[in-house]
Design a protein around this ligand. Structure first.
Ligand SMILES: C[S@@+](CC[C@H](N)C(=O)[O-])C[C@H]1O[C@@H](n2cnc3c(N)ncnc32)[C@H](O)[C@@H]1O
Length: 265
């Protein structure tokens, strides 16, 4: 296990184990990425009557159900530091080498993290191993990312995300057993600032902090970011964005790429 961990966490200065360095982009994350109640409800329903839960890639603790006995797993020190006082205990480990015996927990949760794992099949095998019941994964379907207007304004970001998020079929295959996949509509006032959360509030993406809370932006070069800002700012001022996408400002939900995957043994 030690060898696996040291191989995996060679990336970030703070122990970040995925492809993104949270010692750089983690600051302010929990301000922009608050748990969206609609997604939390869907997760709660999928967890059924579980009483113990391991939350892998837990970050600052979004979507950790308060009513359960939760053990969090998070390799990045910057993210662990953002966990609020009173949050569940957190273990410094990676999905690919979970320091728990087989079937330790009733259920497992992994929200917005599987795309960052260095070894997806290995991580899924581990999560499946330590959970007796449902493994609940909140992630994005790379095949649906181009539904967003961002694919016109920031194609590099969408291409980056499409290349990082694993195909839903790969996640299902890695889990094995019985797997269901549910599309989660994104509410207009979504408080979890994934890129699609701003589908009807384009001005919000002119905030560098909002972009930083989506790790894909950390992989595109500065010229693309400057062009995005300038083009979006100009199109908002001229009314061009609203001519094409203005209907989204009042559309209650967006059927985007968000998926809830539930695996049963
Ligand atoms: C986008 S954040 C999501 C955090 C939280 N689950 C949420 O929903 O807000 C992704 C998290 O996955 C963690 N991570 C990346 N690679 C990981 C790995 N191999 N094992 C466990 N966690 C990992 C990162 O450190 C980061 O905290």
């Amino acid at each position: 296990m030690r060898d696996q961990r040291s191989r995996i966490d060679s990336l970030g200065a703070d122990g970040s184990a995925g492809d993104a360095d949270y010692s750089v982009i983690g600051a302010g994350y929990s301000h922009y990425r608050r748990p969206e109640p609609a997604f939390a409800d869907a997760i709660r329903a999928a967890l059924g009557d579980a009483r113990t839960l391991v939350n892998v890639g837990a970050g600052a603790g979004s979507y950790e159900p308060r009513h359960l006995d939760v053990t969090a797993v998070e390799p990045s020190a910057a993210m662990r530091a953002q966990r609020p006082v009173g949050a569940a205990p957190v273990v410094d480990a990676v999905a690919e080498a979970l320091p728990f015996a087989d079937r330790t927990f009733d259920a497992a949760l992994a929200s917005f993290t599987v795309h960052q794992w260095r070894d997806l099949p290995g991580g899924l095998r581990e999560v499946r191993r330590v959970a007796r019941g449902p493994v609940v994964i909140l992630t994005c379907d790379p095949a649906a990312l181009r539904r967003s207007w961002l694919s016109e304004y920031a194609p590099e970001v969408i291409a980056t995300e499409a290349g990082r998020y694993p195909p839903i079929a790969d996640v299902a295959a890695g889990l094995g057993g019985t797997v269901t996949v549910q599309q989660l509509p994104i509410p207009l006032a979504c408080v979890d600032g994934l890129s699609e959360a701003y589908y009807g509030r384009p001005e919000a993406l002119l905030d560098a902090g909002a972009r930083r809370a989506n790790s894909a932006w950390s992989f595109v070069d500065n010229a693309a970011v400057v062009r995005f800002e300038e083009t979006l700012r100009a199109d908002l001022a001229s009314g061009r964005w609203d001519d094409r996408y203005g209907h989204l400002r009042t559309q209650p939900t967006f059927e985007g790429s968000l998926r809830l995957i539930v695996g049963l043994p």
